[in-house]
Design a protein around this ligand. Structure first.
Ligand SMILES: [Zn+2]
Length: 300
């Protein structure tokens, strides 16, 4: 089994969980930390990389979130407004994800996921009391009855549908820009295995039965909290494939020559470089062929 090298799964940071429960160690680490800044939408950049602030540059009230250690340095994220006169130097993870270094992408993906969870989880779901960050920002704790809350991650499958002639099937969602096609995806439902989800989604969205499933890897997708689980599913009856007409309005089969031709003609816009979908399509297509260059198209 060959696992894909996925753009948002390149982290090199040791999360150093033992530090989270040691307030003195957290304070000591903070005093000399490299601190990234997330303003709720984007990250502070400098020359195309994350800009690291020192604790002395942080002022006002906000959350410090411990992200881990690497090569002798401690890394935190500061999560609040910060007036440092660099308002034009913030970029979203969507815009910069595939260009960051392995170190920076690990920090940014972890940072964005945890920041959004804190923001979206103000109250205890058991008793309704306020929640406050705990364990260096890794958890939240109920001020009423002490309940501890952990970040949620929502698993979703993303599947490259193939036939036994090594063609791939791409689909177009109604809400996407014209010519934008991608692989098929859906959230894992309660009580469902990954394999069951693949079989269900392929049948629901493309109307065909799966013959064989291979696991290809996974990548965090913190928009806001998904984990994309990449699989390829081979089907036996490609002629029966049809769009569901609700979520998917059009499907197209491609071999390697026809996908290249469609991209060249502009009748096919592929998903963005940092997506699992693009990595799966590229891995199938191969690196020894003419490049599949296409404009970046995000879903609306
Ligand atoms: Zn509670």
């Amino acid at each position: 089994m060959k696992i894909l090298n996925l753009p948002l799964s390149r982290s090199v940071v040791d999360r150093a969980a033992h530090v989270r429960t040691d307030p003195a160690a957290l304070d000591a680490a903070w005093s000399k930390a490299k601190i990234i800044h997330f303003n709720g939408e984007g990250f502070l950049l400098e020359n195309g990389a994350l800009r690291y602030l020192s604790a002395q540059e942080i002022a006002g009230s906000g959350e410090r979130i411990f992200l881990g250690e690497h090569a002798g340095d401690s890394y935190f994220m500061w999560c609040a407004a910060l007036n440092i006169g660099a308002e034009d130097h913030y970029q979203t993870l969507r815009a910069i994800g595939h260009t960051l270094s392995d170190l920076d992408i690990g920090l940014a993906v972890h940072g964005q996921a945890i920041a959004l969870w804190h923001h979206q989880t103000p109250l205890c779901s058991s008793c309704g009391s306020a929640l406050v960050p705990a364990q260096g920002g890794a958890t939240r704790k109920c001020v009423g009855e002490g309940h501890e809350h952990f970040p949620r991650t929502d698993p979703a499958i993303i599947v490259l549908i193939k036939d036994h002639s090594d063609r791939i099937l791409l689909g177009r969602q109604k809400v996407w820009p014209e010519h934008r096609f991608s692989t098929f995806a859906g959230f894992v439902e309660s009580g469902e295995s990954i394999e069951q989800c693949v079989v269900r989604e392929v049948f629901e969205e493309a109307g065909v039965a799966v013959d064989e499933i291979n696991y290809l890897g996974s990548q965090p997708w913190p928009f806001p909290r998904s984990l994309m689980i990449a699989c390829e599913a081979t089907i036996v009856d490609p002629a029966n494939a049809r769009p569901d007409g609700e979520e998917i309005e059009e499907i197209r089969w491609f071999d390697r020559d026809s996908i290249y031709a469609a991209v060249q003609e502009g009748t096919l816009l592929l998903p963005p470089a940092m997506s699992v979908a693009r990595a799966m399509i590229q891995a199938w297509y191969g690196d020894d062929r003419p490049e599949l260059s296409t404009a970046e198209t995000w879903r609306n």
